[in-house]
Design a protein. Structure first.
Length: 607
C-alpha cells in the first residue's frame, strides 16, 4: 500500500489496481495522464488539484475556529500564506480562488513578493511582511497601506524600526501596523529547527525588544505596534517546543501591554505546522494532529492572558507547507531499467558447457516452493565457484555470462516463493536483485529537498497495484549527475514491479511536492519546470483548467541569458553553408532542427 494510509490523508484510494483521486467522480491518475499524453505532451507532468488546496485551508480554519469556540476564546483566528513556499501562478491563483470568503491573506518576504501580494491580496484579508527590509521595501509597505491593505510590517532588527520611523515622517497618513519578531529562547524540532532559538537568523532579543518599545514611545508610535511574531521551524515534528514557545511569547505579550502597548492585539505563531511525508510507521514525521495543534495554541494563550488579566490576542498563522504540499504531485514515466535484469533469452548455452553451468540450469528448471531456499543457496555457491574458475582461465566469457544470468533467474524465480517467510537473507537476496528505474525527470528540478536535505517524499506506482511488487528499487533521473538518484533504503524500502517496458508503460507518482520544491528547483542540465496541469474534478468527470507545457529549448536558452533566436539562426546558417548536404538534405535538416527547438527539454522519443 506504499504507506498510503500514513501520508495520503484520504486523498487517494486504490481501486482495481489503479491509484484514484478520492474526490467526487474519483478518476484514476492513469486516466488523467493518458488524456494529457493524447495531446502529444511527453516528459514529467506536475498535476495540481485545487480541491486539495481548499481541503487544507478549510481544515486549518475549521480546527482553529472549533478550538476558539470550545475554549470560549475571546478573540479571532487569521491566516496568511507565505509566498516563499510557492509563488507559481498555477498555485497562487488557485489558492486565492479556493480561499475566497475566508479572509485568507498573503505573506511577503521580498520586494517582488510584496508587489505580488499588493496586487493579489484580498482587501478584506490581512497582509504580513517578514524578512530583511530596506527603506524602499518599507516604503512599499506604506504604499500598500495607502491602497487600503490591512498590512503589518514585521521588523527583524532595530535598524528596520528606525527606517519605519523615518518613512512615517514622510508619509504620516499611511503608517502600517508594526509587528516585532521575537528571538525566543525556545527552539524548534526537525530538519529546520535552526529557524528558532537564540541563534536564529531573525528576530529581536528581549533587550532589543525593550529598546524598540522605548524608541516607539519616544516617537509617539507605540500605538502602531500591533503584532508579536515568532517562528520555531518549518515542519515541526514535535508539539512540545511549540507549547514552550507559546508560554514564552504569551508572557512577553502580557508584559508589553502592561508597559503601554495598548494596541498590541495579535500573536503570529509563524509556520511550521507539519504534514506527514513518511511511508513507514517507524519513521513518522510528526507526533500531533491538527486538532491537538489548534487546541494547544488557543488554550495556552487564553490561560496566560486571563491569568495576567489582559485582552487575549487574535491568533495568526503562516502555515505554508501544510496548505501547499498536498495539492501537487509529479507523474513520471519509467524510460528504462538499468540492472542485471536478465531474461531467459539471455542464456547462450553451447554444445559443451561446464558441469556447474548445467547444474545451475537444472536448478532453474526444477525449482519449487519446497526447495526454493535450498536451490538459492546452491546457486550462489555455484556462481562463486564459476567466477573463480573464470579468474583462473578455466571457463570463458560465455560460460561466465550464463552463470550470472541463470543465478539471477533462480533468485528472481525463488523470491515470490520465499516472500511469505521474510528473513534477513531474503532482504539480502532482494537487494542483489535491486533494479535501477530510469525516470523521465530531474530530481534537482522537481525534488530539490531530497537532494539537498535528504527529505523523504512518498513515491509509488500509479497502476499495477493489484500485483505484488518485489523489486527493490533505486530511482535514477535523466540528469547528467550521479547525485540524481534516490537509492534503495532498507530502512524505508521502495519495491516496484517487474515490467517489460517494450510491451507496457510504467508510471511513478512523487507526492506532496507543492511546498518549496517548485521554487527551489534548479535548472541542472537545463531541465526546467515540468509541464504543469491543473485538474478540476466534478461529479461526472474531470477537466483541465490550465496546461502549461515545459519550456521549449529556445526559451530555456533565452531564460539563462542567451539569444535563443540568434542561436537558432546560427544553426540554420551552418546547415545552409555546409558542403556535406545537398539542397534536399538541407531542407530536411532545417525542418528537423526547427521542430526539435520548439519541443521541451525532457526526453520524448518513447515516453
Amino acid at each position: 500500500m506504499y504507506g498510503l494510509s500514513l501520508w495520503g490523508d484520504d486523498n487517494f484510494k486504490i481501486k482495481n489496481g489503479h491509484l484514484h483521486v478520492d474526490y467526487k467522480s474519483a478518476p484514476s491518475l492513469l486516466s488523467i495522464i493518458k488524456q494529457i499524453r493524447n495531446r502529444d505532451i511527453r516528459g514529467p507532468i506536475l498535476l495540481r488539484f485545487p480541491h486539495l488546496i481548499h481541503k487544507q485551508i478549510d481544515s486549518l480554519f475549521t480546527h482553529f475556529n472549533r478550538a476558539i469556540q470550545e475554549n470560549h476564546y475571546p478573540a479571532n483566528f487569521f491566516a496568511v500564506f507565505p509566498l516563499k513556499v510557492n509563488q507559481f501562478p498555477g498555485f497562487v491563483y488557485n489558492l486565492l480562488e479556493q480561499s475566497e470568503g475566508l479572509h485568507y491573506g498573503l505573506e511577503a518576504g521580498s520586494k517582488a513578493e510584496l508587489v505580488l501580494a499588493m496586487a493579489l491580496n484580498p482587501k478584506d484579508a490581512p497582509l504580513t511582511v517578514n524578512g530583511f527590509k530596506d527603506k524602499e521595501m518599507i516604503t512599499l509597505g506604506f504604499l500598500a497601506r495607502q491602497m487600503g491593505h490591512n498590512i503589518t510590517l514585521t521588523i527583524e532588527g532595530l535598524t528596520e524600526l528606525e527606517m519605519i520611523i523615518e518613512v512615517a515622517k514622510e508619509m504620516p497618513e499611511a503608517i502600517p501596523n508594526i509587528g516585532i519578531r521575537m528571538r525566543l529562547h525556545s527552539g524548534g524540532s526537525g530538519n529546520w529547527a535552526k529557524s528558532g532559538g537564540m541563534d536564529a537568523k531573525f528576530g529581536l532579543t528581549s533587550t532589543e525588544l525593550l529598546e524598540a518599545i522605548d524608541l516607539l514611545r519616544e516617537e509617539k508610535m507605540l500605538e502602531s505596534l500591533h503584532m508579536l511574531h515568532f517562528h520555531i521551524g518549518s515542519q515541526m515534528s514535535d508539539i512540545n517546543p511549540l507549547k514552550k514557545a507559546l508560554r514564552e511569547v504569551g508572557n512577553i505579550y502580557t508584559d508589553l501591554i502592561k508597559m503601554g502597548a495598548s494596541k498590541l492585539r495579535a500573536i503570529n505563531i509563524g509556520g511550521g505546522l507539519a504534514i506527514e511525508y513518511s511511508q513507514s510507521k517507524h519513521a513518522k514525521n510528526r507526533n500531533y494532529t491538527l486538532a491537538e495543534f489548534s487546541n494547544d495554541v488557543v488554550f495556552t494563550l487564553k490561560s496566560i492572558t486571563q491569568n495576567k488579566n489582559v485582552p487575549s490576542p487574535d491568533i495568526y498563522t503562516e502555515s505554508g507547507r501544510f496548505i501547499a504540499a498536498p495539492h501537487a504531485m509529479l507523474i513520471s514515466p519509467v524510460l528504462e531499467l538499468f540492472s542485471h535484469d536478465y531474461q531467459e533469452k539471455s542464456i547462450k548455452l553451447k554444445e559443451q558447457n561446464p558441469p556447474l553451468v548445467m547444474e545451475l540450469y537444472d536448478l532453474l528448471s526444477t525449482l519449487t516452493p519446497r526447495n526454493a531456499t535450498e536451490f538459492v543457496h546452491d546457486a550462489i555457491d555455484h556462481l562463486e565457484s564459476l567466477l573463480t574458475l573464470f579468474d583462473l582461465g578455466y571457463i570463458d566469457l560465455i560460460d561466465r555470462s550464463n552463470a550470472e544470468v541463470i543465478t539471477h533467474l533462480i533468485i528472481k524465480k525463488a523470491l515470490p516463493l520465499m516472500v511469505h517467510a521474510p528473513t534477513e537473507e531474503l532482504m539480502m537476496l532482494q537487494q542483489k536483485l535491486q533494479e535501477r528505474y530510469l525516470v523521465n525527470s530531474s530530481f534537482f528540478q522537481s525534488i530539490p529537498d531530497f537532494w539537498g536535505l535528504q527529505q523523504h517524499f512518498p513515491v509509488m506506482p500509479i497502476h499495477y497495484l493489484d500485483k505484488k511488487a518485489l523489486r527493490p528499487a533505486t530511482l535514477w533521473d535523466i540528469s547528467c549527475d550521479s547525485d540524481g538518484e534516490i537509492p534503495f533504503d532498507d530502512k524505508a524500502p521502495l519495491f516496484l514491479h517487474d515490467i517489460n517496458l517494450d510491451e507496457e508503460e510504467y508510471f511513478l507518482g512523487f507526492f506532496l511536492l507543492g511546498a518549496y520544491q517548485e521554487v527551489l528547483g534548479m535548472n541542472h542540465n537545463l531541465f526546467t519546470h515540468p509541464t504543469q496541469v491543473v485538474v478540476a474534478i466534478d461529479d461526472e468527470s474531470f477537466s483541465f483548467t490550465e496546461i502549461q507545457e515545459s519550456d521549449t529549448i529556445v526559451n530555456i536558452l533565452s531564460d539563462i541569458g542567451y539569444d535563443g533566436r540568434n542561436i537558432e539562426a546560427v544553426l540554420k546558417e551552418k546547415i545552409n553553408t555546409t558542403p556535406l548536404l545537398n539542397a534536399t538534405q538541407k531542407r530536411d535538416t532545417l525542418t528537423k532542427i526547427s521542430l526539435l527547438l520548439t519541443q521541451n527539454g525532457y526526453l520524448r522519443t518513447t515516453n
